[in-house]
Design a protein around this ligand. Structure first.
Ligand code: HPA
Length: 237
């Protein structure tokens, strides 16, 4: 069923087997324009830009996911199921639940924990934790090591709520479930990979800290995300 309701590509093979997914369409554009060669833009539906190009001569795609589990749920499902994508690596930002993590630290997600019903509604899966692909994670860890970039392997919280009125609820999620940081997409991405027998991983850069209330500006974020992006781009095949 291509094109899909949300991706306008009419042929298979235009989108690479490995897709990097930032949340922000302008970050997808920035990555394509800054790091890729021979770039084509394959999607503009809803301004969710998608690009394919080469990195050091190897093919890779980058497409935005939008924010939140429903959004990444749609785009990653269509890439996996209708465009024969094998690997999706989310690259995003997160808020730290502990002072052990500093602004700009790079996180490699081992597991996503969530109170979301996404996986239960999708497939009847009734647990609250889903693993990242260990195969992708092993490759990402090795790449980071070769590049001399430290990655922190962490269990993360995928939340549906950015503006919580319960300012202390993160403490329980940290203490009871062992989640050290929060973002809003990985649990759905990992659920899709699980039901479709595909592989997903997630690299994050710490953009704010819920304990100290420190945060980065959007300009600083764009620049500091280079470490994470360079790790992910090495997954090009
Ligand atoms: N909450 C949820 N998602 C996030 C945050 C946060 O504080 N920071 C970056 N992504």
């Amino acid at each position: 069923m291509i094109p899909t309701p949300h991706i306008e590509v009419k042929e298979k093979g235009i989108i690479a087997k490995t897709v990097l997914m930032p949340g922000d369409p302008l970050r997808a554009k920035f990555i394509a324009e800054t790091f890729l060669e021979n770039v084509i833009r394959f999607n503009t539906v809803r301004n969710i830009f998608g690009y394919t190009g080469t990195y050091k001569g190897r093919k890779i795609s980058v497409m935005a996911s939008g924010m939140g589990m429903p959004s990444i749920g749609i785009y990653s499902y269509e890439l996996f199921d209708f465009y024969e994508v094998e690997n999706i690596i989310r690259i995003g930002s997160c808020g730290a639940y502990t002072t052990d993590l500093k602004l700009y630290d790079v996180i490699l997600c081992t597991q996503a924990w969530s109170e979301s019903t996404y996986a239960k509604v999708q497939s009847g899966y009734d647990k609250d934790t889903i693993d990242a692909s260990s195969l992708l994670n092993n490759k990402l860890e090795k790449i980071a090591d070769d590049l001399g970039i430290i990655v922190h392997k962490e269990k993360i919280h995928s939340s549906d709520v950015f503006y919580s009125k319960n300012l202390d609820s993160y403490k329980e999620i940290y203490e009871k479930h062992g989640c050290t940081c929060v973002e809003m997409e990985s649990f759905a991405l990992f659920s899709n990979a699980k039901v479709l027998n595909k592989k997903a991983a997630c690299l994050l850069t710490v953009s704010d800290n819920l304990v100290t209330h420190e945060l980065t500006t959007s300009k600083e974020r764009q620049q500091s995300f280079t470490n994470m992006i360079e790790i992910a781009l090495e997954m090009a095949e």
